[in-house]
Design a protein around this ligand. Structure first.
Ligand code: ATP
Ligand code: MG
Length: 231
């Protein structure tokens, strides 16, 4: 399926619980995002940030209220089309026991080797990749065991960028990384933000500063919204 050209994302009075007999973990969540907007989600652990992302990516269905892309209810958009449209960088990064190149392209036919290298450069992953034995042919172990957490993050950024998705979602990891990798990650996030419509779960102040709307969640509710100067 063709990706949707994202013009507008709208959450309206969204409620969600993971099972019938458990409490709502999202309550009355409403916000609108237009093409080119950069939204940051912040809030304490368990406040519902990743859940918002998982609903938008159709990882879970069965919400109450309305979630629309370009005015179309998400339940009416096939999951395959959602996957073409939205690229999600999860908190837990999945790595295949395969080359760096494969882990960026994911074997997608439309993505050439030079697309992979361009995406890696764009997110500052090329520096460490070129130092690996074999470079892009270096074989990553299951779970990315032979990469640092920061390196795995940079590869997941390149994976998201290479896909040319209309909407990038970043569930930022909190894991400690060395200071050089941290600099690359910050620059990569700034680059990603410059390019796309982005939703980021933000832990770094630099990510929050790069966004133009911030939603603060607490216990499943949006308790504050505004830009970096207002909050
Ligand atoms: P963190 O900052 O720790 O990543 P978060 O804001 O992303 O937190 P969510 O993962 O959205 O929080 O979780 C919101 C609530 O939903 C929490 O109470 C959590 O325990 C619950 N929850 C999350 N995933 C599931 C699941 N798969 N099944 C049941 N409950 C879940
Ligand atoms: Mg989370």
């Amino acid at each position: 399926p063709q990706p949707l050209q994202v013009r507008e994302i709208e959450f309206k009075n969204v409620y969600f619980r993971y099972s019938e007999d458990s409490p709502d973990v999202l309550k009355n969540v409403s916000f609108t995002l237009n093409k080119g907007d950069r939204l940051a989600l912040v809030g304490t652990t368990g406040s519902g940030k990743s859940t918002i992302i998982k609903l938008l990516a159709k990882t879970y269905t069965g919400y109450r209220g309305s979630i629309k892309i370009n005015g179309i209810e998400l339940t009416d958009i096939p999951i395959a089309q959602v996957r073409e449209t939205i690229s999600v960088m999860q908190q837990d990064i999945f790595m295949f026991n395969n080359t760096v190149e494969f882990n960026i392209s994911l074997g997608r036919e439309s993505i050439s080797k030079s697309d992979v290298e361009q995406a890696a450069s764009f997110v500052f992953a090329n520096h460490f990749i070129n130092q690996l034995p074999g470079g892009y042919e270096f074989v990553i172990q299951d779970n990315g065991d032979n990469l640092s957490k920061g390196q795995a993050q940079l590869i997941s950024f390149a994976r998201a960028i290479a896909g040319n998705s209309e909407l990038i979602i970043l569930d930022e990891a909190t894991s400690a990384v060395d200071s050089l990798t941290e600099q690359y990650i910050q620059q990569a996030i700034a680059n990603i933000f410059s390019l796309k419509t982005v939703i980021a779960v933000a832990h770094r102040l630099s990510t929050i500063k790069n966004s133009d709307m911030i939603l603060v969640l607490e216990d499943g509710e949006i308790i504050e919204r505004g830009n970096h100067n207002e909050l």
